[in-house]
Every structure is written in structure tokens, then in C-alpha cells.
Write a new protein. Structure first.
Length: 131
């Protein structure tokens, strides 16, 4: 259990080898069900993949990486307590909290790496005191 959460950290998931983007670090997530909006899907995926109870999260914003005929929404959420993140299903090989400015390495999922700087700027704008 993590009790030293840095407000400037981000949760990353090492995608299992058999998944899309397997072997790379990404954000927990997945496709929307037909009845879901982005925040509802993010809460479900956080529970399914990282064991995070949605009641531990305060949803702050949505960052959309729009590609015309499809888009990837990243739901930005904060927590004030340890949400108990762990590998909750076979889609995750590892779950780690990392510094917000340290995730753009070569092991990052290529699609996420392309939008990382813009996404992190958006995340920072939601933090108290805007780091």
C-alpha cells in the first residue's frame, strides 16, 4: 500500500504482452461500453485493470487526443488517499506510480508518447497551485 503519494505523480500500467501495445507502459484504460461516457468508462477500467475503487477518485478533466474519425479520451483524476493500485487482471504486468515529468521514455506506449507532453501540461493545469 502506498501512503506517500506525490501530487505530481501519474499511475502507469505495463501492458501484458498479449494486449494491444503489450510490453509498453500506458495509462489504465480501454474502450467505452455503449452506455458509458468517458468518465464512467475510466472508472470501470481503473477498477478492472488497477483495482482502484472509483470512490477514491475526484475526476477533474478530460484530455481528448482527437484523430478525426476516432479519439482517445484521458480522464484526469486526483486522489487524496492511497487508492490501492495493483495489477488487478491479466491485462497488467505491473502498475507503478511515477513522477509526472518522468514518463516520456522509450518504454512508453508509442501512441501515449506522441501526446505525452500536451497531456502532462493538461494534467498539471488541474493540480492545486499548478506546478
Amino acid at each position: 500500500m502506498r501512503t506517500d503519494l506525490d501530487p505530481a505523480s501519474v499511475l502507469l500500467q505495463l501492458r501484458a504482452a498479449w494486449t494491444h501495445g503489450g510490453g509498453t507502459w500506458a495509462l489504465p484504460g480501454g474502450a467505452l461500453d455503449s452506455h458509458e461516457d468517458s468518465a464512467t468508462a475510466a472508472a470501470r477500467e481503473a477498477w478492472e485493470e488497477a483495482g482502484i475503487d472509483p470512490s477514491a477518485l475526484a475526476f477533474k478533466a478530460i484530455f481528448s487526443d482527437d484523430h478525426g474519425n476516432w479519439r482517445y479520451d484521458t480522464v484526469i483524476a486526483h486522489t487524496e488517499r492511497d487508492p490501492g493500485a495493483h495489477e488487478a487482471n491479466a491485462e497488467s504486468e505491473d502498475i507503478r506510480w511515477g513522477p509526472i515529468d518522468g514518463g516520456a521514455g522509450s518504454e512508453l506506449n508509442p501512441a501515449l508518447r506522441r501526446s505525452w507532453v500536451e497531456l502532462i501540461d493538461h494534467v498539471k493545469s488541474t493540480l492545486p497551485g499548478q506546478i
